[in-house]
Ligand binder design. Structure first.
Ligand code: FAD
Length: 465
């Protein structure tokens, strides 16, 4: 008797236009890799699609054979959802076309694009799509979960800037979702993750921008708690043009860090002003000392400056949550935790959302909480599997201590693979509506390698063709 993956392979062989890679194929070892080595798996077949017809064929073949199926864009799922053991990976890395309409300030990009491919194409026309901060991240996974980055306060979440999706649903059909067609699906795709199908094209709004003002500084010792308190107090009244991110970490042993700071706990600050530099000067003076170096950087430089901090193939583990307001004791606990961090590359990332993202009504998209602006992401980052236990334990312990002060909710794209119980918490009052959409478009839970919304048996949604 043939296994489900053998059946899938036989069904696709001969008609699939992309690459079908099995464990004995030369290209398989490289194609198997995902960003987080901690969740590496060995799929039975990687179907690297050349076009939408290949995606349809792969979905139909795996569905008919009953093969476990993962979908991969950039492979950056912290939880490792874009791979699986023994099953099929629908790999979209050959589908990276981007087109830009400068006049209309609109763009389209394919379901396998990395953020970098979109940034390069849109910058050629002096435009940007608001996305994340590391250019090798996949756009599809990021946008479907919500997506935030440097421009979120000014232009909203990535998902807020999507006007239409084209996807292949679990029965292999092509469906369009936008404000006029399949409106419930359009709502669900803006935050609901990869639960509803394989998105093959995104239609998006673009904004003019080519450069920004950036100031970066390191704080040490007692100044760390002080800067966190100032950040907390300042951000609620800050203009949308200003984004101020803080990372608590051990200062690296690199040339750009003063020798006496290396290896010590620090808060690394990045303050961004998007707009007229003169207008931003007073705000930047208020936030960072005028002595701190500010520079005008190109948008592409901004979008790639963190790329080397999060390389492929290391071990990563994360836990995340929101705060409505950040109390002094949570600040002190995070700072104290740095004294025992097992890996020097681990970071406690702090961002303040608010701005345009917070002005979108709670029910307008499926994205989780927009009302709690402080986002904390505890991201352990280490190299050796023998250190997995110590790093995971450190994150879990710190999360446990912070959790009582957090507000319920979590950003789905910052969750690990061991947090199924938190998925309803991520969507809160949007959960039942998401279950309804899932039940209609994927009643057998074919797309289940994601922060999963399990279907129920009944759904009463109208589908437009
Ligand atoms: C280094 C790094 C930096 C990050 N920075 C940010 C950031 O600045 N802002 C932010 O919001 N998030 C950020 N994230 C989180 C990021 O949004 C998620 O990890 C996201 O899932 C990555 O998308 P991907 O396409 O690379 O993932 P993949 O691993 O390829 O896929 C992730 C999930 O999306 C589904 N999926 C992928 N492609 C499709 C598709 N075409 N159609 C349907 N489903 C699909 C997969 O099935 C899977 O469930 C970052 C992550 C990393 C690792």
């Amino acid at each position: 008797m043939k296994t489900a993956i053998e059946e899938t392979f036989i069904s696709l062989k001969g008609r699939f236009r992309g690459d079908l890679l099995r464990p004995h194929d030369e290209a398989y070892a490289h194609a198997r890799g995902i960003w987080n080595a901690m969740v590496a798996r060995t799929p039975g077949l990687i179907a690297r699609c050349a076009d939408v017809a290949d995606v349809q064929a792969a979905v139909r073949a795996a569905g008919a054979a009953g093969a476990l199926t993962a979908v991969r864009c950039g492979g950056h799922s912290l939880a490792g959802f874009s791979t699986c053991d023994g099953g099929l990976v629908i790999d979209l890395s050959r589908m990276r076309d981007v087109s830009v309409d400068r006049e209309a300030r609109r763009g389209r990009f394919a379901g396998g694009c990395l953020l970098g491919s979109i940034d390069v194409a849109t910058q050629q026309e002096g435009l940007v799509f608001p996305s994340g901060v590391v250019s090798h991240t996949g756009a599809a996974g990021l946008v479907l979960g919500g997506g935030f980055g440097w421009l979120t306060r000014l232009h909203g979440l990535s998902a807020d800037n999507v006007e239409g999706f084209t996807l292949v649903t679990a029965d292999g059909s092509i469906v369009h979702a936008n404000g006029k067609q399949n409106a419930e699906l359009f709502w669900a795709l803006r935050g609901g993750g990869g639960n509803f199908g394989v998105v093959t094209e995104f239609e998006v709004k673009l904004h003019p921008l080519t450069s920004v003002v950036l100031a970066e500084a390191l704080c040490l010792g007692d100044d760390i708690s002080g800067i966190l308190r100032r950040w907390r107090d300042f951000m609620p009244d800050a203009p949308d043009n200003l984004k101020w991110n803080l990372n608590l970490r051990i200062a690296p042993n690199t040339e750009n860090v003063p020798a006496d700071s290396r290896g010590r706990p620090v808060a690394s600050e990045s303050v961004l002003w998007v707009g007229d530099p003169e207008e931003g000067r007073a705000y930047l003076d208020h936030v960072v000392s005028p002595a701190v170096n500010r520079k005008v950087v190109s948008y592409l430089a901004l979008q790639t400056m963190a790329d080397n901090e999060f390389p492929h193939g290391r071990h990563y583990y994360t836990k995340s949550g929101y705060f409505k307001s950040l109390d002094d004791s949570s600040i002190d606990r995070m700072v104290q935790a740095l004294a025992t961090v097992p890996s020097p590359t681990t970071q406690i990332e702090l961002a303040y959302l608010g701005g345009a993202a917070a002005r979108v009504a709670a029910g307008e998209t499926a994205f989780g909480d927009r009302s709690s602006p402080f986002v904390v992401n505890l991201l352990a980052n280490w190299s050796d599997a023998s250190e997995d236990a110590a790093n995971v334990a450190w994150i879990r312990n710190l999360f446990k201590v912070l959790r009582p002060s957090m507000t319920p909710g979590v950003y789905v794209n910052f969750m690990s693979g061991d947090e199924d119980d938190r998925v309803p918490e991520a969507y809160r009052e949007r959960w039942d509506r998401l279950v309804e959409v899932k039940s209609h478009y994927d009643p057998h839970n074919f797309f289940r390698l994601n922060q999963n919304i399990q279907p129920t048996k009944t759904a009463s949604i109208k589908r437009d063709r």
